[in-house]
Design a protein around this ligand. Structure first.
Ligand code: TRP
Length: 457
């Protein structure tokens, strides 16, 4: 098979460019609020160990497969799958991986953008509070409920966020996505370190450390295994083609194994650091740590900022951190469909980015209205529009996509091409990867998928 050395969409300037963009994709809302609360709900460091195991034996092999496939195809996920399927056992049947992944990216961005809008709205309120009297947000619970009920404000920030995302993607691979990542990722790390530093000054840092890292294996059960694997998928951006399309822009000389390891390590470190930023505040201000997910961040933490000296400043930094993390992830959710549209039409990257943004914006409008005006409208079980999209993507499309990627790379794809793209791996390591991709990752993911669907979670 003729191997392309460059992609029609553009290329990263270097391996570092890829690593920053792909870590930007991985590090997102999932790391900064979902991971810390999952750790605390599931037995501290025992859960951390299970999560690390999931990353190592399932996440990393699938990530290697996804990036390798992207580089071999050098197109949007749909284009890449079409290309690779030509020489694969099973033929064009495998195209579904590209289509379902692209559909999932649109659905995820539809609600991700609304949530990112909340973080922008909070950043703005704290920022304004810096110039005003007292705390910008005095009652977190009331502020959060007020925001969810106020469709105009939700739409305003959703629109701003989609516009920010479109601007970067329209700018191109190198001068848009890579340039933004090179500025935003260091900023993200600085903000996070500043917040961890604040946590260290609270006298409750040690308590947070032991809360997060003291092993309690009695709390580990089948449910927490499912949670850990689901979180590994979402946090590493696996199963829908974000990393596949980023891999399409990776130079032929760069090591797929190395860049995958770098992304997995930075994603995990940032998730752990986020825990060390959040829990000292929870303890120092006597906040309710049993509230998890959105409530912990948007209703509970603001109570801490309201009590803290300089709370408007720290609140601003915290929500800015979340906004930055969400932004670089959203970029990777817009890229698969934008690349596809620009391959299939003559509208070019800018036109494609604009068209997809408008489409996804409309979906986000439905999500935002689904929180208030249309809150009785349900799709899956008794879930509103946002929770339904979340459920369908995280519990079905991502794991199914991940299984597809692993099976395709392990069984169906042209073996010589696979080996060529992983040529820097010694034989034993290649053998391990291959076994993980062929058997272990798909089997365990299928088990999780079954568990989630059967358990209704
Ligand atoms: N990984 C991001 C987070 O933790 C979200 C994300 C971006 C994602 N691209 C993805 C999740 C692709 C699944 C698949 O918030």
């Amino acid at each position: 098979m003729q191997q392309n050395t460059t992609s029609v969409h553009g290329m990263w300037s270097s391996k570092l460019g890829f690593i920053l963009a792909a870590s930007g994709s991985a590090v997102g809302l999932g790391n900064i609020w979902r991971f810390p609360s999952l750790v605390s709900e599931n037995g501290g460091s025992a859960f951390v160990l299970v999560y690390l195991g999931c990353i190592l034996i399932i996440g990393l092999p699938i990530m290697v497969a996804e990036i390798m496939m992207g580089r071999a195809g050098r197109l949007s996920p749909v284009g890449t799958m079409r290309e690779l399927a030509k020489n694969a056992a099973g033929g064009q049947f495998w195209q579904w991986i590209g289509w379902s992944g692209t559909a999932a990216s649109v659905m995820i961005l539809g609600f991700y953008s609304v949530v990112a809008g909340w973080t922008l709205s909070y950043s703005w309120q704290y920022f304004m509070g810096l110039f005003g009297e007292g705390a910008a947000i005095a009652d977190g619970g009331a502020t959060f409920n007020g925001l969810l009920g106020d469709w105009k404000t939700l739409l305003l920030w959703h629109s701003v966020f989609m516009g920010m995302t479109m601007l970067v993607v329209a700018g191109g691979v190198q001068s848009g996505i890579e340039r933004a990542s090179k500025i935003l990722m260091p900023l993200l790390v600085l903000l996070l370190l500043a917040l961890v530093g604040y946590g260290m000054t609270t006298a409750h840092f040690g308590e947070a450390v032991s809360y997060l890292f003291s092993a309690d294996f009695s709390k580990i059960n089948a449910d927490s295994l499912l949670e850990a694997l689901g979180q590994a998928f979402f946090s590493l951006s696996l199963g829908l083609g974000s990393l596949m399309v980023y891999g399409a822009y990776l130079g032929n000389k760069d090591s797929v194994g190395f860049v995958s390891g770098a992304v997995a390590i930075s994603d995990t470190l940032i998730a752990l650091l986020a825990g060390l930023a959040i829990f000292p505040l929870v303890f120092a201000f006597g906040l309710d740590k049993t509230v998890s997910g959105a409530g912990l961040i948007f209703a509970v933490l603001p109570a801490g900022f309201a009590d803290m000296t300089g709370g408007n400043f720290w609140g601003f930094l915290f929500f800015l951190l979340l906004s930055v993390a969400a932004w670089t992830s959203a970029i990777s959710l817009l890229e698969p469909s934008t690349a596809l549209l620009s391959e299939r039409t003559s509208m070019g990257r800018k036109g494609a980015a604009l068209t997809m943004t408008v489409g996804i914006w409309v979906l986000g409008v439905a999500v935002a209205l689904g929180l208030n005006v249309w809150k009785d409208f349900t799709i899956v079980a008794d879930k509103n529009i946002m929770d339904s999209l979340d459920y369908i993507t995280a519990n079905i499309l991502l794991p199914v996509g991940g299984i597809g990627v692993a099976l395709f790379a392990g069984w169906a794809m042209d073996k010589n091409v696979v080996r060529e793209h992983l040529s820097d791996m010694p034989d034993w390591l290649y053998g391990v990867w291959k076994f993980m991709a062929m058997v272990v990752a798909p089997a365990l993911t299928a088990w999780v998928l079954y568990g989630k669907l059967a358990g209704g979670g």
